[in-house]
Design a protein around this ligand. Structure first.
Ligand SMILES: *Cc1c(COP(=O)(O)O)cnc(C)c1O
Length: 451
């Protein structure tokens, strides 16, 4: 028998945890979670944590939702997996049909993979091959926004714009055209995102004028650059980008991996700009965080460019062993049941308004809170050394990380992005849980940064 303590020691002996400096674990060993329910995680000592970041943004409807769990259990005894080339199964077909009701118009062809980065790789290869097969082999570069995040496999990393993840690998990465992203909190034009005329879009126009001829696709995170620190930009920007892509025959790839399934207040972030991309990538909330699955969804126009006699060599020779996994499909269908039957996204709107007002009320006047921005249920609290000048803290101080540790000790999982604290809770969180989380957040903040 392994004692609980010895399990933690063995974790450190064997496991290389993601996106971590393992030396940090000497001081803060891994927290061993025993079980979870709704918005809470419970560790092996019975301590409870509010999961305000939805377990890396994927847990959409709370932990251990009985409807989703049951759907997976039922599927498990029927069909756990089958090769998805030449074979299919009911769940996959039903899932596409059900999703079509929510997707922007025109997205009707579904390619399955098993994680977000894989769905991005699929979108990149699909775009490249589409241009090649429709007489545009010169369109072979990708254009993207600075500070974007699309995952950490080599292609996905190439089209991202965060040095934190990419710097060391640059010699391995594709040559990509980076356009300066909107930076509304530190707007160079001194405008506000709710009332500006997207002055910064000029930069995209310039980049298209220079490079669109050699560009096969533009990839972006609609409205919310998540990993950049939950940066938010106005819908007009996305709308203008759609129009420019159409004008220059550049494929628009919308990475809705983090924003999909009601996170931003609408089913997809693209809805807020009335935008239909040419390719959309989904994962995270797709299965409510219960099974690893992702989708790359496109239009008949793109699909048709691959449709020919086999010997013409136009097929999309792209696959993953777990494509279309039946357990993932069962989870995703159950997520749609809950979202639709319980009007979750509608109900989350009121809670989102409450959460934002409470955060502004509780933390808004703190001398180091630069901005509290929000989109749907997502709220980001940007901490700065000087509010007037918007100067960041010295990154060596690891201010966000200190607050993270404090909050953990008090029962709140609030993993920040640098010095940006954020709330991205399950849409099912209750008002009482919101109050508890905000109050712990305030205590942790005040202990590290007294007023
Ligand atoms: C999480 C995320 C990805 C990568 O998904 P993984 O499943 O972690 O590979 C890509 N894009 C965005 C916007 C994400 O938030």
């Amino acid at each position: 028998m392994n004692s609980k303590e010895s399990l933690i020691a063995k974790d450190l002996q064997y496991i290389w945890h993601p996106c971590s400096q393992m030396k940090d674990y000497e001081e803060l060993p891994p927290i061993m979670i025993d079980h979870a329910k709704g918005s809470y995680l419970y560790d092996i000592h019975g301590k409870r944590y509010i999961d305000i970041i939805s377990s890396w943004w994927c847990n959409l409807l709370g932990h251990c939702n009985p409807h989703i769990s049951d759907a997976i259990k039922k599927q498990l005894d029927k069909l756990e997996h089958v090769i998805f080339a030449n074979f299919t199964h009911e769940g996959a077909v039903l899932l596409c049909e059900r999703l079509m009701k929510h997707l922007p118009h025109g997205l009707t062809k579904f390619n399955f993979s098993d994680n977000g980065s894989a769905s991005i790789e699929c979108a990149l290869k699909m775009s490249f091959q589409y241009q090649y097969q429709t007489g545009h082999p010169e369109k072979k570069h990708f254009m993207t926004l600075s500070d974007g995040y699309h995952g950490e496999t080599v292609g996905a990393l190439s089209v991202g714009g965060l040095d934190l993840y990419a710097e060391i690998y640059k010699p391995m990465l594709m040559d990509v055209i980076h356009v300066e992203a909107p930076n509304c909190y530190r707007c160079p034009y001194k405008k506000h995102r709710d009332s500006c005329s997207i002055e910064c879009f000029e930069k995209v126009k310039k980049a298209f004028a220079l490079y669109a001829e050699e560009t096969c696709a533009f990839i972006c995170e609609p409205l919310l650059q998540g990993s950049a620190g939950m940066r938010m930009y106005p819908p007009q920007y996305l709308r203008a980008l759609r129009d420019l892509c159409t004008e220059y025959d550049v494929i628009m790839i919308a990475d809705e991996i983090a924003t999909g399934f009601g996170r931003t207040g609408t089913f997809f972030a693209c809805n807020q700009a009335s935008v239909a991309p040419d390719i959309m990538c989904l994962s995270k909330g797709l299965t409510g965080g219960y099974m690893p699955m992702a989708l790359t969804i496109t239009t008949p126009k793109i699909y048709d460019a691959f449709y020919a006699d086999y010997l013409e060599g136009k097929a999309f020779m792209h696959s993953h062993t777990y494509s279309g996994n039946p357990l993932g499909c069962a989870a995703a269908l159950a997520v749609l049941d809950v979202l639709e039957n319980e009007s979750i996204i509608e109900k989350a709107k009121e809670k989102a308004a409450y959460l934002h007002a409470l955060l502004v009320d509780t933390l808004g006047t703190h001398p180091h809170v630069g901005e509290i921005r929000h989109l749907g249920m997502i709220n980001a609290i940007e901490l700065v050394a000087d509010v007037q000048e918007k100067t960041p803290f010295d990154s060596k101080k690891r201010t966000g990380y200190q607050i993270y540790k404090k909050a953990l000790s008090k029962g709140l999982l609030l993993r920040p992005l640098g010095d940006v604290l954020y709330f991205n809770p399950p849409l099912t969180i209750s008002l009482e849980e919101i109050q508890e989380a905000v109050s712990i957040c305030k205590e942790a903040l005040l202990e590290i940064l007294p007023e």
